[in-house]
Write a protein that binds this ligand. Structure first.
Ligand code: SAM
Length: 288
């Protein structure tokens, strides 16, 4: 189907169900067939897979995923979309539609149950994410340490660049470190605003995160390390020492200076310049 056909189909469904996109829910519907195909191909879906789709909307990606996956679980917050999805996919027996805020769903439990009862070997996440909660969704998926292989998502280009940046480089942010701790990130393709209706205000990018089953980095307390990283980036223009004192991570400046000296890190360094390994070393020393 060409770009114009997917545009027509989307318009047709919206008219049939009297749907206006809800900006507050980040509703920008994909109308570019090439992008849909690229997302689904990049996710490398097979009949052995359970695919969890976040925010299926009108079901554009869903219909392609359904052709390839063993089972599809869609999680959608907007009641209007639930009705459309139920109508549209009523003849499929390998789809489950959950009407809920994805941040409230116990995805770990969903995967466990599916693996127990179905012929499912692997679980994968695929989504054109609502941009207003991109970071909380990604961090939830990672911090819950789900039993999944990969996350293939469309997000804002700016966030994608942060995610795929090397920790310690100019583009990195607190999220960069979380991503590199849990995954190997890949940029798949940039996507122009014209691939959606309505057009979003920002450019987009598809990325894939391959989950590290054995982490490259060992750290005594990962939660504490991420607290340090968040504090460092809350005040990224300040020195690491000042940011950690202001962020109530430590109150003894001298102790922190001694630790940095032992780790061979300049005491005037800004947190944004540290590598993930250096944050891990610092975190382990502060835990002692
Ligand atoms: N997958 C569709 C597509 O590609 O055309 C729609 C993608 S649209 C960018 C994001 C979707 O996420 C919308 O359908 C929206 O209603 C849904 N959504 C927004 N917030 C959500 C939340 N907290 N939990 C689940 N779905 C949500």
């Amino acid at each position: 189907m060409s770009k114009i056909n997917l545009y027509n189909e989307t318009k047709f469904i919206m008219k049939k169900y009297n749907i206006e996109a809800n900006k507050k829910l980040g509703q920008n519907f994909l109308i570019n067939e090439n992008v849909v195909d690229k997302i689904v191909d990049s996710a490398e879906i097979s009949k052995d897979d359970l695919v969890i789709e976040i925010g299926p909307g009108l079901g554009t990606l869903t219909s392609k995923i359904l052709e390839k996956a063993g089972k599809v679980i869609c999680i959608e917050l907007d009641n209007r979309m639930i009705n459309i999805l139920k109508d549209r996919f009523s003849l499929y027996n390998n789809i489950e539609i959950i009407h809920e805020d994805v941040l409230k769903v116990d995805i770990k439990d969903l995967i466990k149950k599916e693996k127990e009862k179905n012929n499912i070997k692997y679980a994968k996440i695929v989504a054109n994410l609502p941009y207003y909660i991109t970071t909380p969704i990604i961090m939830k998926l990672l911090e819950d340490e789900l039993d999944i292989e990969s996350i293939t998502i469309m997000i804002q280009k700016e966030v994608a660049q942060r995610i795929c940046a090397n920790p310690g480089s100019n583009l990195s942010g607190a999220i960069t470190y979380g991503i590199h701790y849990y995954t190997i990130p890949y940029s798949i393709m940039e996507v122009d605003k014209s691939s959606f209706i309505p057009e979003p205000e920002v450019q987009s990018e598809v990325i894939r995160l391959d989950i590290l089953k054995n982490k490259n980095l060992q750290v005594k307390d990962a939660d504490f390390m991420f607290k340090i990283i968040k504090a460092a980036f809350m005040q990224r223009r300040k020195t690491l020492i000042n940011a950690l004192i202001n962020g109530n991570i430590i109150d003894n400046k001298e102790k922190l200076e001694n630790i940095l000296e032992k780790l061979d890190i300049d005491k005037n360094i800004r947190g944004e310049k540290l590598t993930l390994e250096q944050f891990a070393q610092l975190s382990d020393k502060l835990c002692n």
